[in-house]
Ligand binder design. Structure first.
Ligand SMILES: C[S@@+](CC[C@H](N)C(=O)[O-])C[C@H]1O[C@@H](n2cnc3c(N)ncnc32)[C@H](O)[C@@H]1O
Length: 177
């Protein structure tokens, strides 16, 4: 693992799940709620939460879920939150350890800004989803401009269904189908 990735992982490990939740539960809730009204998830779908952190998203999605994250500390908090329809994986969002096309939807909230190669991370998520699956991706507004975020999708040949840009939310968010 590269030095930069280790540094990011250690930063989240040091923060820990309890503090993460205290600081970010409300902020992330706004993102989930504004995106998930736009996406159809069926209860028997299999959904990947790429960079799941403490698993805050699990409470908003009714489906079989796989939560992947690089931080063991955040995953151990996610374990407390995970129901029996959730599996957790310690891994790298830019090198997904899954066969192609196994997920109905692939979601990733506020993770892309950490990627060494955002294009690679998008590619990995794209190949993990079914041909007709949905990608839901958000990234911090301060990490890149809205236009740069959109261009990342265009250059990756990903069709954009909707760009969500809400003033009181810190992320740009894109749904790709
Ligand atoms: C801002 S948090 C968002 C967590 C979660 N998606 C949420 O909505 O609360 C960023 C997450 O990305 C994870 N992360 C950063 N780089 C990663 C990588 N290369 N592979 C997997 N997870 C990564 C961090 O450990 C952290 O859990």
């Amino acid at each position: 693992m590269s030095l930069r990735k280790r540094t990011i992982r250690d930063r989240y490990d040091d923060l820990g799940g309890r503090v993460y939740d205290m600081r970010y539960t409300e902020e992330q809730r706004l993102k989930y709620e504004s995106m998930l009204t736009e996406v159809r998830v069926r209860p028997d779908d299999i959904v990947l939460d790429n960079g799941c952190g403490t698993g805050l998203l699990f409470e908003y999605v009714t489906a079989y879920m796989v939560g992947l994250d690089v931080s063991i500390k955040l995953l151990s908090k996610a374990r407390d939150r995970a129901k029996d329809v959730v599996q957790l994986v310690n891994g790298d969002s830019e090198n997904l350890p899954f066969r192609p096309r196994v997920f109905h939807s692939v979601m990733s909230f506020t993770v892309l800004q950490n990627a060494l190669s955002p294009a690679r991370m998008l590619r990995e998520m794209d190949s993990a989803r079914h041909g007709d699956g949905v990608l839901v991706v958000s990234t911090l507004k301060k990490s890149l401009s809205k236009q740069e975020f959109i261009e990342l999708f265009i250059k990756s040949n990903l069709k954009i269904k909707k760009v969500v840009d809400t003033e009181n939310i810190n992320d740009w968010m894109i749904i790709s189908e």
